[in-house]
Design a binder for this molecule. Structure first.
Ligand SMILES: [Zn+2]
Length: 219
């Protein structure tokens, strides 16, 4: 994998900021989760919606052309760009609060993307948890209003998801399970007739029968 840094000019403040990317990478060791999030350990985080680190405007990176592309040098560590960069012009990963803020300023057409990111960001707390705590609700809900934020976002996301597309159907099933609506989850799961989804369907049935409403590994 060749790691790279991209330099962009912010269209709002005209200052330069940098973000990381990969010229090549691989998808080995991918883990698929019940919320349809694929974790690729060998690929860096792809920053699509970002916040300019200088003027704090939200920007879609895919609409910008980089000014320059630099090779990764070993003196940098992943942590410098991926979280809490000490360099003022490095893009950081958006937080849950950033996404909620983006909901207010972005176009209505962007809501599906943003709400999915919020859902995934909460689920990340379980996804990457390696502690001993058994009660998953204590892992996912940290702040007093987290549960309400998560639940409201789940309901809003349900409204935005397509009822026909098979991947969105699975997401709808999963969101219902995350809301503790196991019968609704099973109803959607059983409506999927594609034989390629048999294994996934079985896993959803098992978790619903266990009355587990939290994220699990699909493969
Ligand atoms: Zn800016």
């Amino acid at each position: 994998m060749i790691l790279t840094y991209y330099t962009y000019k912010c269209p709002k403040c005209n200052e330069d900021f940098k973000t990381s990317g990969a010229l090549s990478g691989n998808t080995f060791g991918a883990t698929l989760y019940s919320d349809a999030f694929n974790f690729y350990p060998m690929l860096p985080i792809n920053h699509k919606l970002i916040k300019c680190p200088l003027c704090l405007s939200f920007i879609w990176l895919n609409y910008l052309k980089p000014k320059s592309i630099e090779r990764y040098t070993p003196s940098y560590t992943f942590s410098i760009t991926f979280d809490g960069s000490p360099r003022r012009n490095y893009v950081k990963e958006l937080s849950i609060n950033d996404y909620f803020e983006a909901l207010k300023t972005m176009y209505p057409g962007d809501r599906l993307f943003i709400r999915k990111k919020i859902w995934w960001a909460f689920n990340d707390r379980i996804r990457y948890y390696d502690g001993k705590r058994k009660n998953k609700s204590k892992i996912i809900f940290v702040e007093p209003d987290d549960e309400k934020k998560y639940t409201d976002n789940c309901y809003a996301l349900l409204e935005l998801l397509n009822t026909e597309d098979i991947n969105q159907k699975i997401m709808r099933a999963e969101i219902n399970r995350n809301l503790g609506k196991f019968e609704e989850c099973l109803k959607i799961i059983e409506s999927i007739k594609d034989v390629n989804f048999e294994r996934a369907k079985n896993k959803f049935r098992t978790e619903c029968n266990k009355r587990n409403m939290w994220l699990f590994k699909l493969s």
